[in-house]
Design a protein. Structure first.
Length: 511
């Protein structure tokens, strides 16, 4: 009996390997086919095929037989033969595509065919075919077909922002005011519609300089520097090294309007030699106020004496009737202080009154009428009773002095002969006005609420003092009447007054 030969191990091994290799080759072929089908099913392949059809049609001259050009709004800013332009653009190899924003859905897609990433030439719409099929758990295949290919012309609206007096041209066409609308910063915005190709923008200043601009999307904005500064007249402004005059506003300030196409150098100098450079905005260091003092005061700014160029001298109206009867009556010194420093320390100094610190946030300070709070010095009080003199004047005005001319000659002993006040009193005593004084009697005591304060030396031979009181009267019909006096009384003493203190002027205090 014959025995079957046994298969060797080597033979079995080769058979097994061969079978595994066949299975692997079949699997690889399947996956390869699957990948190929998956790649072919991608919607981009449909778009690429349509681009090639468009290119072939542009080359062979059948483009406009197969595709329709949409109605294109006529533009005043450009003249384009879109058939010729699109034919030229579709022939070259600078065509790409992208998914149109906002058009994605599960059953349709729209792709834009674009030239040089600048101009959309056509829309390709795809529709899904059948249901998606998933193979090998990870590959979902969806078939797509082209639904439509539409030539599009996306005309754009451009805006140009420029100062109102600048000239703007778009593709050589000058824009007029009918195309402009005002902006909050004083410039205007031109709106130019139905432009396909990015326009050539030229912006020219009134001086003929070509301005630069910044572009953001479809917006062109002129680059220029526009400063408007209203400054105290004592400050000097230099623009690019040259004096800038500005225009006087009329309140001690000057307006400087600065407009430059390139960043300017603006420097501001004050009368003390301080200089700052201004680069725009409202952040300018400035201390600005007015200080009115007697001219025997000095004013310091951060410890330095304010220059005379800040000071204007004028007669003090309070001393108009005194200056001819006293020696060295001070004038008013008005300091218009303007320094390009933040929070400068301003101090008014006087030998008698000491230092007065000025709050620069308050725009005007009048130190000439500052209350001293001082009493009448004892040596002055020994020479003259100022309160009694003021009462005598009040009694004279109410016709309560006795003697010729209603007591004028008694009062005259307290006045400077031929002075303004002397002549006023004499005219009143000898005129008709005094006769109209109401009939009355004085109460006992006639004067109450008496005050004497704010003594102030004006010169070595002249002083002032504030005096107040109420004079009580009973009218002829029995009614009570109170006549209140609160005034500044001025006295002088020199050779013209016989070296005795005389009343020279009275100024009513209005609070």
């Amino acid at each position: 009996m014959n025995k079957k030969p046994k298969l060797s191990f080597k033979y079995k091994y080769l058979v097994c390997v061969t079978l595994l290799l066949c299975v692997a080759l079949i699997a690889v072929a399947y996956v390869w086919t699957l990948l190929d089908d998956y790649e072919k099913s991608q919607p981009e392949r449909q778009v690429e095929a349509q681009i090639e059809l468009l290119r072939e049609s542009a080359i062979d001259g059948t483009l406009w037989n197969k595709y329709a050009l949409p109605d294109v709004p006529k533009s005043k800013y450009e003249s384009i033969d879109f058939r010729e332009l699109y034919t030229t653009l579709l022939k070259n190899n600078e065509i790409s595509y992208k998914l149109k924003p906002g058009t994605f859905s599960e059953t349709s897609l729209v792709y834009e065919i674009v030239w040089q990433d600048k101009y959309v030439l056509a829309d390709v719409t795809l529709e899904s075919v059948g249901e998606p099929v998933t193979k090998l758990a990870v590959f979902t295949i969806q078939e797509w077909e082209t639904s439509s290919v539409d030539i599009v012309v996306n005309a754009q609206t451009y805006t140009v922002e420029a100062p109102a007096d600048f000239t703007v041209t778009v593709n050589g066409i000058e824009l007029d005011s009918s195309e402009a609308s005002p902006l909050a910063d004083g410039s205007v915005k031109y709106t130019c519609e139905n432009i396909f190709v990015k326009p050539d923008i030229v912006i020219t200043s009134p001086e003929g300089e070509i301005a630069t601009y910044k572009q953001s999307g479809k917006r062109f904005k002129t680059v220029f520097y526009d400063f408007s500064l209203t400054l105290p007249a004592s400050l000097t402004v230099y623009l690019n090294g040259q004096l800038h005059e500005g225009v006087e506003v009329g309140d001690g300030t000057v307006r400087h309007e600065i407009r430059e196409l390139y960043e300017p150098e603006v420097k501001i100098t004050d009368l003390m030699g301080n200089t700052v450079e201004y680069t725009g905005g409202s952040s300018l260091p400035l201390t600005f106020c007015q200080v009115i003092v007697d001219d025997n005061f000095s004013v310091t700014i951060n410890g330095e004496i304010a220059p005379d160029s800040m000071k204007t001298l004028s007669d003090n109206p309070d001393y108009v009737h005194i200056k001819d009867y006293a020696t060295g009556v001070p004038q008013i010194a008005t300091y218009n202080i303007a320094v390009v420093l933040d929070d400068a320390k301003i101090v008014a100094l006087d030998e008698d009154s000491g230092a007065v610190f000025i709050d620069a946030t308050v725009k005007s300070h009048n130190i000439t009428d500052r209350k001293t709070g001082s009493d009448v010095p004892e040596d002055i009080a020994a020479d003259i009773d100022v309160l009694a003199t003021a009462k005598k004047w009040s009694l004279f005005m109410s016709k309560d002095l006795t003697g010729n001319n209603y007591g004028f000659w008694d009062l005259a002993n307290s006045l400077v002969k031929d002075s303004y006040l002397y002549n006023v009193a004499y005219k009143y005593a000898t005129g008709i006005d005094i006769t109209f004084t109401s009939i009355h009697t004085l109460k006992n005591p006639p004067f109450v609420n008496e005050t004497v304060d704010n003594f102030k030396w004006i010169t070595d031979d002249c002083f002032s003092v504030d005096i107040g009181f109420d004079k009580q009267m009973i009218l002829g019909d029995g009614r009570d009447l109170t006549d209140t006096m609160y005034s500044t009384f001025y006295f002088v003493k020199n050779e013209r007054t016989g070296n005795t203190w005389k009343l020279i002027q009275i100024k009513e205090i209005v609070e």
